[in-house]
Design a protein around this ligand. Structure first.
Ligand code: ZN
Length: 346
């Protein structure tokens, strides 16, 4: 496994000390699978100040379409062939079609009736219930042989810096025959990797990270947790790789509990750095994809300038597709690891 890095130096002159040029390091890292690059730069302390959350939340509950008094009146229903009840439900979690779908089969699942849950207090059981509900939907469209039932995707935008327009925790759930860019590129590269090496890239990655140790975080059941080598996020990424699973529906109920528990460990760790928002996505293969390995990527989000709500996705990220991470992933791993190793499993 080739963890390729290129070290560079930017020389700048401090206007106050003109005689002493200053050297600033920049490291360009290449994702060992896809070759996607990520820049480790803009080094800073991994410490952020949380905003006045009470002020942010004020008034949002009264207008929330996902709160229990609104959700059944404000959200749309599926046609009867998908479910005669119109929506999927488990306890207080509800899954309904997305009003603004990304694809032919788009849904949203609320994570229960609580309007706001601080990131570090989201219970693994709640996440597990949300995923199980998404699985009810995926199984239904699979059993219907729906043409979009190929990749079963779950993504999560939590709190406004992540792109979420609502406070109420919810998942984006969609089934599609069109894999999104990053997933498609990963799958193509994993296919080429299997043909070249005769092994599954993700299995080799977990083995290499476990041996090397610096970015390995721990294991919950069949899920191995890593700090991403070439992260998407400014504060790094946490990757959970599910052994023996290719598709989303390969995850068993115990796997879901283990996955949810690992995610809450990442949330607890980043909460201590002052972060309160994240994106998360599952990366599955399609049923016949022997080269695929189901994994989840958790990536915290920040505002570059909280007063102006300046997102951390600038031209570099949006148009060049280039990521910036403000610390070495090995350093970030050192801050995350205690949360993965010191807690009892689910
Ligand atoms: Zn709400």
């Amino acid at each position: 496994m080739n963890f390729k890095t290129v070290q560079k130096q930017a020389i700048i002159v401090d206007p106050r000390r003109k005689t002493q040029p200053k050297s600033t390091p920049v490291e360009v890292r290449e994702d060992p699978l896809t070759g996607r690059t990520s820049r480790i730069c803009h080094f800073g302390l991994l410490k952020w100040a949380k905003p006045d959350l009470e002020k942010l939340l004020a008034g949002t509950e009264a207008a929330c379409p996902f709160c229990p008094d609104q959700v059944l009146a404000a959200t749309p229903l599926f046609p009867k062939d998908i479910t005669p009840e119109g929506r999927f439900r488990r306890d207080d979690t509800v899954l309904f079609p997305n009003l603004a779908p990304y694809d032919g089969l788009g849904a949203v699942a609320t994570l229960g009736s609580r309007h706001y849950i601080p990131m570090a207090e989201i219970e693994p059981e709640r996440i597990g219930r949300g995923f199980s509900l998404a699985f009810d939907f995926f199984r239904r469209v699979r059993d219907l042989n729906h043409p979009e039932s190929v990749y079963h995707l779950i993504s999560w935008n939590y709190m406004p810096p992540s792109g979420s327009s609502l406070i109420h925790p919810h998942l984006q759930v969609f089934a599609t025959s069109t894999a999104p860019n990053e997933l498609r590129q990963e799958l193509m590269a994993a296919k080429a990797y299997l043909e070249r090496h005769g092994s599954n890239y993700w299995d080799d990655l977990v083995q290499a990270e476990k041996t090397q140790g610096q970015r390995y975080l721990g294991k919950t059941g069949r899920i191995s947790w890593l700090s991403g080598f070439a992260p998407f996020g400014v504060a790094g990424d946490v990757i959970g790789v599910a052994a023996d699973c290719r598709t989303t529906l390969d995850l068993s109920e115990p796997d879901l509990a283990d996955l949810a528990f690992g995610l809450t460990r990442a949330m607890a760790a980043y909460d201590q750095m002052g972060l309160y928002s994240f994106n998360a996505c599952v990366f599955p293969g399609a049923e016949p994809d022997r080269f695929a390995r189901l994994h989840v990527v958790f990536s915290p989000r920040i505002y570059y300038n909280p007063d102006l709500h300046t997102p951390d996705t600038t031209a570099l990220r949006t148009l060049y597709g280039e990521s910036i991470c403000a610390a070495f992933p090995e350093e970030i791993a050192g801050m995350l690891r205690p949360h993965f190793t010191s807690q009892a499993g689910p």
